[in-house]
Write a new protein. Structure first.
Length: 305
């Protein structure tokens, strides 16, 4: 995590968009004729579909228009496990400022991670959150693990996305579910639980350009709260010009931040790339200009420094 008040925000790397072949993890969720393609768990974490080649070939031909539309837009997973990384930053920010958080999330998708304090967490030896929550986050925290307070106050929360997902739209929710691999039952359960919370809580996610939204939301310091700009595995997908404009908006906001209305950045993003544009397994969180730790892209583990 990084506090934006004393210094200039940093920049992270960029990875390419997901390959088209990676956008059809669960054909049964996106094509009405695909019910006969039964997902079967395979070794090494993959899946195979019984009778899939001929059925998928027929499906792609018979429903070509559907799949052209489906593949025209980038995937949105809105992975709630990433809150296992962000919560460490939120706790540090709350402790250091003594103020409630005014959360502003870039790339919020359906706004599921805006509801991070409604989840229950098992983080190494620590337990945190609502025992009755339908979202159960289990992450291996190690290293210099931050201590979580019993409660982290949130003043308000709001997100932005170029194409927000409406949790009240069954077709949009079905598409979101289609990006979960069919053998990932625990991940699907977390998603379903988060969607149930979002339908009840209705987090606000504004549609539009990220940089313009950040500039507007950070235009004036908020008194009696720390404004936290957050993002998780989205920075590398933004165009360079958009990232530069967000950096400029952060720098401008940092210059006018006050003790009773400070500004902080909570970021979980790709640290480096592997060959063929595949994202590295290690991600980075920043606070006050230094790495707070490394994390799995989906938050399965966090190694704090």
């Amino acid at each position: 995590m990084r506090c934006c008040r004393p210094g200039r925000p940093g920049r992270q790397g960029r990875t390419g968009a997901a390959a088209p072949g990676g956008r059809l993890p669960c054909a049964g969720a996106v094509g009405p004729a695909s019910a006969a393609v039964a997902p079967v768990p395979a070794r090494r974490g993959g899946v195979r579909c019984a009778g899939a080649p001929p059925l998928l070939r027929r499906l792609l031909v018979d429903e070509a228009d559907h799949f052209r539309t489906y593949l025209a837009s980038a995937p949105q997973t809105n992975e709630v496990m990433r809150s296992a990384v962000l919560i460490g930053g939120y706790a540090a920010i709350a402790e250091r400022t003594g103020l409630p958080l005014a959360l502003r999330e870039v790339g919020a998708s359906a706004g599921l991670n805006l509801l991070w304090d409604r989840f229950h967490y098992t983080l190494g030896e620590q337990r945190w959150g609502d025992e009755a929550s339908p979202v159960r986050i289990v992450s291996d925290w190690r290293g210099h693990v931050p201590s979580l307070p019993p409660r982290i106050a949130v003043a308000d929360r709001r997100g932005n996305d170029l194409l927000p997902i409406d949790v009240g739209d069954d077709a949009a929710v079905l598409r979101l579910r289609s990006y979960v691999w069919p053998d990932q039952a625990a991940r699907m359960a977390r998603l379903q639980g988060a969607l149930a919370l979002a339908r009840r809580e209705r987090p606000v996610v504004d549609a539009g350009d990220a940089a313009a939204w950040v500039a507007r939301e950070l235009a004036a310091p908020r008194p009696d709260a720390v404004t936290v700009l957050a993002h998780s595995v989205v920075w590398q997908y933004l165009p360079p010009e958009t990232r530069e404009r967000i950096d400029a908006a952060l720098a401008a906001a940092a210059r006018q931040a006050r003790d009773d209305g400070p500004l902080a950045l909570a970021a979980h993003g790709v640290l480096r790339q592997r060959r063929a544009g595949r994202a590295a397994a290690h991600a980075v969180a920043r606070w006050r200009g230094a790495h707070a730790g490394r994390a799995h892209p989906h938050g399965e583990w966090v190694e704090w420094v």
